[in-house]
Design a protein around this ligand. Sequence first.
Ligand code: ADP
Ligand code: ZN
Length: 554
Amino acid sequence: WSRGNFPWTKKIEANNKKVFGNHSFRPNQREVINATMSGCDVFVLMPTGGGKSLTYQLPALLCSGVTLVISPLVSLIQDQIMHLLQANIPATVLSSNMDWSEQQDILRELNSDHCRYKLLYVTPEKIAKSDVLLRQLERLHVREQLARIVIDEAHCVSQWGHDFRPDYQGLGILKQKFPTTPVLALTATATASVKEDVVQALGLKNCVVFRQSFNRPNLWYYVTPKTKKCLEDIDKFIKENHFDECGIIYCLSRMDCEKVAEKLQEYGHKAAFYHGSMEPAQRAFTQTQWSKDEINIICATVAFGMGINKPDVRFVIHHSIPKSIEGYHQECGRAGRDGQRASCVLYYNYCDYIRVKHMISQGSIEQSPVVSGYSQASKVVPGRILETNTENLLRMVSYCENDVDCRRLLQLVHFGEKFDPSTCNNTCDNCVKIKTFVEKDVTGTAKELIELVKLTGQRFSSSHILEVYRGSLSQIVKKHRHDTQRLHGSGKHLGKGEASRVLRHLVTEEFLIEEVKKSDLYGSVSSVLKVNDAKAHNLHSGALKLIIRFPSSE
Ligand code: ADP
Ligand code: ZN
């Protein structure tokens, strides 16, 4: 797809410069444009800031007809439209909170022979709820004036993703109604299973997939223990490393946002808070102040950020554990979009994990976009979503508790990407800490741990398995008579932390699956380990060796 001899090659190059003011294409932009303009269904995974908008805005400008763009957030849409109008590209939005007469005008214009709009933005609920709109799209389609359907933030389709929205699920109807119209699905976060889910739910056919590395070399990653002095620590960190620079502090709750902002103001920072229960006008005001550099620091829930286009954010701080690795990666991705160095610091303690877990089970956690989503719609969290969210959170916990492996490696593994940690160049806390390490063959330990999981009936948590393996005689171990198990105490000779590191590795590499189970009346959640026989077999047959890094001091 990178070829330079498509019929439109000259045109896209000229317009990229003239209309959008770009000197060249960024990675995959040209390829995506070629594929979608050839009429293929296309799925694009591009990190935040990678330049996804251009991949449909440029084709929209050059193709006849209207490009339909589905995007989750009205404020984000308005921002896009403002930029398009500045570049003299006619674009508009149809949303339920507009006057009916205004909506009528737009629908009428769409119906006219020479509709002036090149892009029509709508929110997903508009597709779900407005028959009038669907009929209008059908008319456009019949007149061959529906150029392309773009689905932004496409991961919201998937229940396995970190940001599922029910309204996105209905979008499969578009491909059913308009089977010949090319669909372009865009996202900045998706694991392999989320991608499959999205492709299926949208009904994409022979879809061309573009993905690029999620590694952001200019971001430096740190995880640090969260203590009572957390706010003093944050103040010190900013003053020492990012004095008077621009940053975002992600907080768990609305109250946290306000408290953190207040404290930072006391410390002399130009800080403000931003969250979902502020008045729209107040939110817009804060956002404007921030884009004009009148305030440096925004203390926000994840409601802040989607579509934030500030290139010079120099730090992203997580005041509490994020809900998922995908979410974390995306939130960090708002730093350093100009390619210059930026810091991502996560303050972690176990209490916050319990807090988030509770909020997830209550459905009271703020979702990134403000328009829709189950958390606003109802307080009942469906079982499968609860499980997914809890699992995502557990992965985040193991990321935070890991103090050996390169942070980049841990993140990229999650996105199904290979990464050589020696190329991190000491830009994460773990790589800095572990200047020297040894590689150890832990195949034997791994086999024993897997066997122990089997021997105990695949009904116990990782911490329990570790206790038994290291020979604990605790009450619970005795109660289940695990002190009489053949492998009880086999791991006694191992250095502290070694067995747990191997076990963690077995889980992240999916030799063992951590299954989430609701354990008591209060809906508290625990997880049990199951063996993934297909993978474990390779270890037992000797086809695979397991080699992992350890700090050389251990
Ligand atoms: P995404 O949606 O992938 O997060 P955007 O489409 O918002 O990213 O683009 C991020 C920024 O990069 C925007 O400011 C945009 O103008 C800029 N940009 C996009 N493509 C190019 C390019 N080819 N050259 C220079 N800047 C670009
Ligand atoms: Zn590293």
